[in-house]
Design a protein around this ligand. Structure first.
Ligand SMILES: Cc1cc2nc3c(=O)[nH]c(=O)nc-3n(C[C@H](O)[C@H](O)[C@H](O)COP(=O)(O)OP(=O)(O)OC[C@H]3O[C@@H](n4cnc5c(N)ncnc54)[C@H](O)[C@@H]3O)c2cc1C
Length: 261
C-alpha cells in the first residue's frame, strides 16, 4: 500500500518541479494507478491536474499530447484515429478496461518507460519526441535509453512523418500484460520496426528496419526482415513466457505487421 503524507495541486510546472527536487520522497502523480499498486512512502504527492496538460492537439505537422491526457483520450482522439492507421488508439484499447484507461495518463506511462507498455511500442515506431521540463526535447528512442531523472514529462509529440502503421501484440488473456508486442510504421518506403514487452522496454530493430526500407514488401523480404528483427533484439524470460518463445512470436508479429503496411 502507498502512503502519502502531503498532497499538493501544483500551480505551475516550475512550482511542481521545485517541489519535486525539494525532497527525494516527493513524487509526481499522474493517474496514480501504478503508484498505488506499490508500497512507496510518498512525502508529498504533486498533482499536475490544474495545469491544462490533458490536451491532444493536431496541426499540419504533428500531434501534441499533454502529459495528463489519459489512455482513453488516446483511444478516442479523432487526430489519432485518422493518422498512422489508428495505431496509437489500437495499442491502448486492450489495456485492462475503460475505467482504468480513463484514469491512467500518457505522462505516467511514457515517463516510467515500463517494459510492458503497449503504447510506447507504437509511439516508438512513429517519429515521437518527449518534452521534459528540465531535459527539453529528445526523441523517444533516446529517452527510452537514457531517461531523465527527477524531471517532469510535459508532452509527447508525434511527427506526421509516417503515414501507415500496424500494431500487434500477444496476450495470454485479455487484461493481462502483453507477452510481446510490435509495431511497424512506413512512409514512402521508409520503415521503422519496434518491439516491446520483450519483457524489457521497447526498442527499434535498426538492422531489420534498414534492410526492409526501400525494398519491395514481397513475402521473401518480409520474412527476412521479421527474422532479422527477432535475431537482433534481446529477449528475456519471466512468468509469462520464455525468451525463446518471445523471439519466435516477435518474428510472427513483425511479419504480420509488415504485411499490413
Ligand atoms: C492493473 C494494471 C494493469 C496494466 N496493464 C497494462 C498493460 O497491459 N499495458 C500497458 O501498456 N500498460 C498497462 N498498465 C499501465 C498503465 O497503462 C499506465 O502506464 C500506468 O498506470 C501509469 O500511468 P499513471 O497515470 O497511473 O501513472 P502513476 O501511477 O500516477 O505514475 C507512475 C510513475 O510515473 C511518474 N509520473 C507520472 N506522471 C508523470 C509526469 N508527467 N512526469 C514525470 N513523472 C510522472 C510517477 O511519479 C510515478 O513514478 C497497467 C496498469 C495497471 C494499474
Amino acid at each position: 500500500m502507498i502512503s502519502i503524507r502531503e498532497y499538493e495541486l501544483a500551480e505551475s510546472l516550475e512550482q511542481a518541479h521545485e517541489m519535486l527536487l525539494k525532497n527525494r520522497f516527493n513524487t509526481i502523480i499522474g493517474g496514480g494507478a501504478f503508484l498505488r499498486l506499490g508500497s512507496k512512502r510518498i512525502n508529498k504527492a504533486i498533482d499536475l491536474s490544474k495545469l491544462g496538460l490533458d490536451y491532444i492537439e493536431e496541426d499540419e505537422h504533428e500531434i501534441r499530447i499533454g502529459a495528463m491526457a489519459t489512455l482513453r483520450q488516446l483511444e478516442m482522439s479523432s487526430a489519432l484515429l485518422e493518422n498512422f492507421s489508428g495505431t496509437v488508439a489500437e495499442s491502448v484499447k486492450h489495456i485492462v478496461g475503460v475505467q482504468l484507461r480513463n484514469i491512467v495518463t500518457v505522462g505516467g506511462t511514457v515517463y516510467s518507460r515500463y517494459g510492458f507498455s503497449d503504447p510506447i511500442t507504437a509511439l516508438l515506431a512513429l517519429e515521437t519526441y518527449v518534452d521534459l521540463y528540465k531535459g527539453g526535447r529528445m526523441s523517444l528512442d533516446e529517452f527510452l535509453e537514457k531517461g531523465s531523472p527527477r524531471d517532469i514529462l510535459t508532452q509527447v509529440v508525434i511527427k506526421k512523418s509516417m503515414e501507415k502503421a500496424s500494431f500487434k501484440m500477444l496476450r495470454n488473456s485479455s487484461g493481462d500484460y502483453a507477452i510481446i508486442n510490435a509495431c511497424v510504421a512506413v512512409k514512402n518506403g521508409s520503415i521503422r520496426i519496434a518491439a516491446g514487452a520483450r519483457p524489457a522496454r521497447a526498442k527499434l530493430a535498426a538492422a531489420a528496419s534498414e534492410f526492409i526500407s526501400g525494398r519491395e514488401l514481397s513475402e521473401e523480404n518480409i520474412e527476412k526482415a521479421a527474422q532479422m528483427a527477432a535475431e537482433e533484439l534481446d529477449f528475456g524470460s519471466n512468468m509469462r513466457a520464455s525468451a525463446d518463445y518471445r523471439r519466435q512470436m516477435c518474428r510472427v508479429l513483425v511479419k504480420r505487421a509488415l504485411m499490413e503496411v
